[in-house]
Design a protein. Structure first.
Length: 337
């Protein structure tokens, strides 16, 4: 599962005082903690080429700042400085058994400051009635325009259980607004299954590969991701709404939807964090996460670190939301008129 928030999902069972990485043994000393993290990123991180980043040069900047007499606060600041260079929202650091704050890289570390979307405002001011079946909220804006909010992407099985009812619900609409603003991620396969209910033919929309060895070019072969038509698909015009808090599997869903010929996108650029991430542990027990793959659009474009731009950029302002107005949604409604 992929998620926008930096969550430590696994507590590793290895001893916190010593750790073996690629046949190298590390003790719980500041220098070894630094070397452990730098080495694991060097051999497991999947985005150095995409980000055009020389990790050896990062070592030359930050390694001299570490000595075994420094305290946890000082070590934390060096490690955060090094991780910040990656500008990756799937990179984070959680100092366990410490009052030090959790760190998340990239725009993901600032997402909680973004206030440009409220589902409550949509329901209160634009949807006369709505149906809520997690992860979906849906209804009719008016007699001819449907609205479907996707909060996150569950597993493929759940999508196939829910979507036939939703397809029937929207069968006779003039157009559908699919809203994935502030979508928090989930399962890429779930997004693939969802988008497949809007296509009448197979469509390649994404390729992925995962770092599988210590060398810079050690990656699995490219896996191609296709949309496959499901039942009698919805082929009427679509508008997809995104914002800066659309992240991770929400972004791979955006890749899947934007390949559809009947779709246009409105709102703001997405976060820019696509790859799967794994959680790791330092010798001192601190936990961290890293991106391990290379996720790309069908044409080979990587949107890591910069996000997917919409066809038309429209940004809600906090003052408008306080008045109960969603100008992005209003622009989508106007698109069908």
């Amino acid at each position: 599962m992929k998620n926008s928030a930096f969550l430590i999902l696994l507590i590793l069972s290895s001893c916190a005082c010593e750790k073996v990485i690629f046949d190298l043994s590390y003790n719980n000393q500041p220098i070894d903690n630094f070397e452990s993290m730098w080495t694991e990123f060097d051999q497991l991180y999947g985005l150095f080429k995409v980000r055009n980043l020389d990790w050896d040069s990062v070592y030359q900047v930050y390694r001299p700042q570490v000595d075994n007499n420094m305290n946890d606060q000082e070590l934390y600041e060096v490690l955060v400085g090094m991780l910040t260079v990656l500008n990756d929202s799937h990179v984070g650091l959680l100092p366990t058994n410490s009052d030090l704050p959790q760190f998340q890289g990239g725009i993901g570390g600032r997402i909680d400051t973004i206030r440009d979307f409220s589902l409550d405002i949509v329901k209160e001011n634009y949807l006369p009635t709505s149906i809520e079946t997690d992860p979906f909220t849906y209804g009719f804006i008016n007699d001819s325009i449907g609205y479907l909010y996707v909060a996150w992407e569950p597993e493929e099985k759940s999508i196939h259980e829910l979507m036939p009812t939703i397809v029937d619900f929207f069968r006779d609409t003039k157009g559908i607004i699919v809203d994935i603003r502030s979508n928090t991620g989930g399962e890429d396969r779930g997004g693939q299954a969802f988008a497949s209910y809007f296509t009448d033919q197979p469509r390649l929309y994404m390729t992925t590969s995962i770092k599988n060895g210590p060398g810079p070019d050690d990656f699995t072969p490219l896996e191609e991701w296709y949309l496959t038509p499901q039942g009698s698909p919805l082929l009427q015009p679509l508008v997809l709404l995104t914002n800066r808090s659309t992240v991770s599997a929400g972004e791979t869903l955006a890749l899947a939807m934007r390949i559809l010929p009947q779709l246009t996108t409105l709102g703001d650029t997405t976060t820019g964090a696509f790859s799967n991430a794994v959680n790791r542990e330092l010798p001192n027990g601190w936990l961290y996460s890293m991106s391990i793959g290379d996720w790309r659009a069908a044409d080979g474009t990587s949107y890591e670190g910069r996000g997917i731009p919409p066809t038309l950029v429209i940004q809600n302002q906090a003052t408008e939301l306080r008045l109960g107005q969603d100008k992005v949604l209003e622009a989508a409604i106007a698109y069908f008129n």
